[in-house]
Design a protein around this ligand. Structure first.
Ligand SMILES: NC(=O)c1ccc[n+]([C@@H]2O[C@H](COP(=O)([O-])OP(=O)(O)OC[C@H]3O[C@@H](n4cnc5c(N)ncnc54)[C@H](O)[C@@H]3O)[C@@H](O)[C@H]2O)c1
Length: 288
C-alpha cells in the first residue's frame, strides 16, 4: 500500500494551478488533423493550459490558421506516409527539445453516396410500415471499392500506428509521455453502412490497449477516446434526415460540441490521468 502511494505521489503533477488543473507549460504536443473540428479544439485546449502545439494537417492553410491562433507551429503531411510522420515527429522533438503529448486524431468519413442514402431512407420507411420483406439490400459491403477500404484503414489505423511508433522512439527513452488515439463510438458500437470506418476505429482500440500495456511500466501512457457524434465539418456532408435519425438515438438528445471532447483529451494528455494505461474512454451522450 505504501509503495502504491509513493509511486502515485512520484507521478503527481508538480505544477498544479489554483483551481486544480495542472499547467502544461513547457510541454510539447503534436496533434494530427489539427486544422479542423476536434483536432483544432484539442489544439486550443492544450495551448490554453500552456502547451506548445505542433498542428499537423493535410491542408497547409487549415493548419496555419489554427497554429496562428495559438502561437503554435505546423507540420503539413499525410499521416499515411510513415517516413513523413517520422521526420515530422523527430523535427518537432528537436526544435522544441522534447515531446510530451501526441494526439492521433486525423480522420476521414465515407464520402456521401446519394443512392445509398436514398435506399437507407426508403428502407427506414419500409421498416416503420413493418414491410421487412420489401427491404432493398443496401449493398454497402459489396459496393465498397478496394481504394476506399484501403484509404479508410490507412488514414485511421496506419496513421495511428505510424504516429505512436514515432512518438515512442522519443517517449520511452525519456520514460515520459502521453499518446491519445482518437477512435469512435462506432469502434465500440459498429453500425451498418460504414464498415471500413468502424473496422478501423475498432482496430485503434485493440492497438491502444496492446501498446498501452507494453509501455505502462516505462512512464508512457497510451489511451483511446471514442467520441460519439460531434458537430464538426466531418459530418457536414451527411444527409440531414440521417443526422436527425441519429440524434433521436442519442440519449443526451444532441450531438457533442468539439470542446466537450477536448476536456477529456486534456485530462488524458496531462498528468491528472496518471493511472490511465491502455484504457478506452467514450464520451457519447449515452450512445455507446
Ligand atoms: N465528428 C464526429 O462525429 C466524430 C465522431 C467520432 C470520431 N471522430 C473522429 O475524430 C477525428 C477528427 O474528426 P473531425 O470530426 O474533427 O473531422 P474534421 O473533418 O473536422 O477534421 C479532420 C481533419 O483531419 C485532416 N486529415 C484528414 N486526412 C488526413 C491525413 N491523411 N493526414 C493529415 N490530416 C488529415 C483533415 O484535413 C481535417 O482537417 C477523426 O479521426 C474522426 O474519425 C469524429
Amino acid at each position: 500500500m505504501a509503495q502504491v502511494e509513493a509511486e502515485a505521489e512520484a507521478e503527481e503533477p508538480t505544477h498544479r494551478r489554483e483551481g486544480g488543473h495542472a499547467s502544461l507549460s513547457g510541454q510539447v504536443a503534436f496533434i494530427t488533423g489539427g486544422g479542423s473540428g476536434l483536432g483544432a479544439a484539442f489544439a486550443r485546449r492544450l495551448a490554453a493550459d500552456g502547451a506548445s502545439v505542433v498542428v499537423n494537417d493535410l491542408s497547409a492553410d487549415a493548419a496555419a490558421a489554427v497554429a496562428a491562433e495559438i502561437s503554435g507551429d505546423t507540420a503539413v503531411f499525410d499521416v499515411c506516409d510513415s517516413a513523413a510522420y517520422d521526420a515530422a515527429i523527430d523535427a518537432a522533438a528537436e526544435r522544441h527539445g522534447r515531446l510530451d503529448i501526441v494526439i492521433n486524431n486525423a480522420g476521414i468519413a465515407p464520402p456521401p453516396d446519394a443512392d445509398r442514402i436514398e435506399r437507407a431512407i426508403q428502407n427506414q420507411m419500409l421498416r416503420m410500415e413493418g414491410r421487412i420483406d420489401d427491404l432493398v439490400p443496401p449493398d454497402s459491403t459489396v459496393e465498397l471499392s478496394d481504394a476506399d477500404w484501403d484509404r479508410m484503414i490507412k488514414v485511421h489505423l496506419y496513421g495511428t500506428f505510424y504516429g505512436t511508433r514515432a512518438a515512442l522512439r522519443h517517449m520511452t527513452p525519456a520514460r515520459s509521455g502521453s499518446i491519445v488515439n482518437i477512435s469512435s463510438v462506432l469502434g465500440l458500437r459498429p453500425m451498418a453502412g460504414a464498415l471500413h470506418y468502424a473496422t478501423a476505429k475498432a482496430g485503434i482500440i485493440a492497438f491502444t490497449k496492446s501498446v498501452g500495456q507494453e509501455v505502462a511500466p516505462f512512464g508512457v501512457r497510451v489511451n483511446a477516446v471514442c467520441p460519439g457524434w460531434v458537430d464538426t465539418p466531418l459530418l457536414a456532408t451527411m444527409d440531414p434526415m440521417i443526422i436527425a435519425g441519429i440524434v433521436m438515438q442519442i440519449p443526451r438528445g444532441r450531438m457533442a460540441a468539439p470542446e466537450e471532447l477536448a476536456e477529456l483529451v486534456r485530462f488524458l494528455a496531462g498528468p491528472e490521468s496518471s493511472y490511465c494505461n491502455g484504457d478506452v474512454f467514450a464520451a457519447s451522450g449515452g450512445f455507446a
